[in-house]
Structures are given as C-alpha cells and as structure tokens.
Design a protein around this ligand. Structure first.
Ligand SMILES: N[C@@H](CCC(=O)N[C@@H](CS)C(=O)NCC(=O)O)C(=O)O
Length: 228
C-alpha cells in the first residue's frame, strides 16, 4: 500500500453503522484516521460535509480520493481492499451470498426496528422534554420482537454466527444495531438466551474493539440513569 494515504472515515460513534466501520478497522488494525462528525451539533449539515455526502449522513469513507457512503458498501469495500481476513466477507460465492442475504434484510428489519426503540425511548424524549409514548414504544418493541424471532429461527438456526461458523460483516452490523437501545438502558436481548449466547460470541470475537466503539453509548446510558 505504499504511496496510498491511510483511509479516512467520518464517524459519530453514537451511530450504529459508524461503530461497525470503526470496529472493522480497529480490530483488523487497518491504518486509518477518524474524523468525528458530531450529529448532535449538526456537523453533518455543514457545507464541507455536504460536499462529501449530499445525504448528510455518516459513515463516509475516503480512500485515496475515492469517496464512499453507506456502511454496507464501506465494510465490503474495506474487506476487499485491505488485508482483512476473508471470513468477514468470504470470497466463495455461496458464503458471500449468505452475508449479502443478511445485510440486505438488515436494512429493512434489524436496523429500523432497533433504531425505532432508541429513537422513542432516548432521542425523542430528549428533544421534546417529555417521557416516551408508551403506546408507540410497545408497538416498536413488538415489531423488534418479530425481527429477533427471525434472527433466531432463520439466521442463527443451529450455527454460532448469523452466516455460519465464523464472524462476518452480518454479525458486526447486527450487533451494533441491537446494542443501540442500551443507550436507554434497555437490553433488547433480555429473555432471549440464543441471541444472548450469540452476543457473547460476537463480543468475545471482537475483543477490546467492541467496548472501545461502544464507550460513547455506555456513557449516554450512564448519563440517562443518573438523571432518574
Ligand atoms: N444506510 C446508511 C444509514 C446512515 C444513517 O442513517 N446515518 C445516520 C446516523 S445512524 C445519520 O447520519 N443521520 C444524520 C441525519 O439524518 O441527519 C448506512 O448504513 O450507512
């Protein structure tokens, strides 16, 4: 990689897809620099950032002048471009297709459903200064519950990780999303032993990189708890 600048990533670690990118780079020791874009301060709306991503969203990756948005695309690009073990995104066609199968489903199920719980329980109450709407919250939890059922019955089945025997990008995207409600002190995997075991496996596979990426979320949870 001589002559190439280290990859740059624009992240806010309170964002689930940003944490997935952060963990992949950190865990695999890919030389990179992080530019923090604080969403709460609207740093994603500045003219400079808008030039980089017209959608004004994080994560964004810049690799030697190549600008890429969308966590899914960024993660897959990084595994293919850098010295990252292939189990993350296998070359073998069927195994790769299994990861693509999950990641496509992820963006219409795990992500919106887990994020909605966090939005209703943490973000909206902070913005409006009022408690969470119990009816909306219980509807969101029920929807998330259906998605968790599918994760257990369709993806985990009798295998240790979502797409087989090894950790992949699928597990990384999923764990970061399912951790988000922890910001409101809610463990969405409570009473779900199969998913709890999976989380333990993923956490232990990721080592320190997991807690490093989630430190900001833990701090938010602790601040929220202190207010009660
Ligand atoms: N599909 C995109 C989603 C990116 C996204 O929604 N990012 C959020 C943070 S989690 C964001 O930047 N929101 C800022 C805004 O919408 O103003 C991905 O996976 O990268």
């Amino acid at each position: 990689m001589t002559g190439r600048k280290a990859v740059e990533v624009y992240l806010d670690l309170l964002s689930q897809p940003c944490r997935a990118v952060h963990i992949l780079l950190n865990y695999n020791r890919v030389p990179h620099s992080v530019r923090t874009v604080a969403l709460r301060r609207g740093e994603n709306k500045t003219p400079e950032f808008t030039k980089l991503n017209l959608m004004q969203k994080v994560p964004v990756m810049v690799d030697n002048g190549f600008v890429l948005t969308e966590s899914d695309a960024i993660l897959k690009y990084l595994v293919s471009r850098y010295d990252i073990p292939q189990h993350w995104y296998p070359r073998q066609l069927e195994r790769r297709a299994r990861v693509d199968e999950y990641t496509a489903w992820h963006h219409t199920h795990t992500r919106p459903h887990a994020a909605k719980v966090f939005i209703l329980e943490v973000l909206l109450p902070r913005m409006m200064g009022s408690p969470p709407d119990p009816v909306k919250l219980s509807r969101a939890l029920a929807e998330l519950g259906e998605t968790l059922d599918r994760l257990e019955s369709m993806f985990l089945k009798r295998q240790p990780f979502l797409c087989g025997d090894d950790i992949t990008l699928a597990d990384l995207l999923a764990i970061c999303e399912l951790m988000q409600p922890v910001g409101g002190d809610r463990d969405v995997l409570e009473n779900r032993p199969q998913l709890q075991q999976w989380r333990r496996r993923v956490q232990s596979a990721l080592g320190e990189s997991f807690d490093q990426a989630h430190a900001v979320l833990y701090a938010l949870r602790d601040r929220n708890k202190a207010k009660l």
